[in-house]
Design a protein around this ligand. Structure first.
Ligand SMILES: C[S@@+](CC[C@H](N)C(=O)[O-])C[C@H]1O[C@@H](n2cnc3c(N)ncnc32)[C@H](O)[C@@H]1O
Length: 284
């Protein structure tokens, strides 16, 4: 940006990567095949974009900073395999991602980018349920966030970790020293990869929004018994009914971190049945 007489915008998380060898390894780790499509979030000056294009992918880039959009247009705007739109990724309608993409080919669609740190969690949460459209997420994020999201210590597990494991197989690929960014941020970065599950692989075919709500409630009060945390979502009668049906392994007396994903899903299913049957008996 300095070469254009512009200062990086701190508020937009503008810490750029300039080392071609590093950018090449980031692109290579995505294992792109010619014909694959990338939705790049926060392309900045286009340094990662260049490597993605070189790997044979076509790129739809979403950039919030109008100054950078202009720069990207003049660098890559002539290419048939590149398109940039000026937009906040958080408000982008993902159902349009395929239509807006310069390539209508049928390769994999991957979301990638050196993410501005302030939208990391929201970006990942937004994309996780899109396994029907996206194959994988491939992001540079802050190193501490990468560890918390991909391999948290038992005491650090939060609702977002359950959501990540439900929708994807996460991997921490490698650390990126903060000195490799310009301007240098206060913390190191890391490359993470989330291979998204196809909807046919989900442990629940319906009710996923309600399941995630249950998980949120359970982890908001992670030291409390599940039964206590779920009192605002289910009536006492529904909780009693569900407890009767659950085996001792899946008791509502457990704390969320004591339960596997399969147990949580089982508890949710039994609770939904209890909700439905108390609703039906109220109607009759
Ligand atoms: C960490 S920089 C990465 C730039 C470039 N990819 C690189 O590696 O050098 C983050 C980029 O995201 C852009 N950005 C910030 N917030 C955004 C948002 N909500 N939606 C889209 N782009 C955003 C910034 O303007 C910046 O270009």
């Amino acid at each position: 940006m300095r070469n254009l007489g512009m200062l990086p915008a701190k508020s937009l998380g503008q810490n750029f990567l300039t080392d071609d060898a590093l950018l090449q390894s980031i692109a290579a780790a995505a294992r792109l095949q010619p014909g694959d499509r990338v939705l790049e979030i926060g392309p900045g000056k286009g340094s990662l974009t260049q490597q993605l294009l070189q790997a044979g992918a076509s790129v739809l880039a979403v950039e919030k900073d109008a100054r950078l959009v202009k720069q990207l247009q003049s660098s890559y705007g002539q290419r048939a395999d590149f398109r940039v739109i000026e937009e906040d990724f958080l408000t982008l309608d993902l159902s349009q991602a395929s239509q807006l993409h310069p390539a209508k080919a049928h390769g994999r669609l991957i979301a990638a980018g050196n993410l501005p740190y302030y939208i990391t969690t929201e970006t990942i949460k937004k994309l996780l349920p899109w396994g029907h459209t996206f194959s994988a997420l491939h992001f540079v994020i802050q190193d501490d966030a990468a560890k918390r999201l991909v391999s948290p210590d038992a005491s650090e597990v939060r609702a977002i970790n359950v959501e990540i494991d439900f929708y994807s197989e996460p991997k921490y690929l490698f650390k990126i020293d903060k000195a490799r960014f310009s301007p240098e941020p206060t913390v190191d970065g890391a490359l993470v990869h989330f291979e998204l599950r196809q909807p046919s692989e989900y442990l629940l075919t319906e009710g996923r929004t309600s399941f995630m709500k249950l998980v949120q409630h359970a982890y908001l009060q992670r030291r409390k018994m599940l039964r206590k945390s779920l009192e605002s979502l289910y009536s006492r009668a529904q909780l009693d009914k569900a407890q009767e049906r659950l085996g001792s392994k899946c008791s509502l007396a457990a704390r969320p971190q004591e339960l596997s994903m399969a147990h949580l899903v089982h508890i949710f299913t039994v609770l939904q049945e209890a909700k439905h049957s108390t609703f039906m008996s109220d109607q009759s």
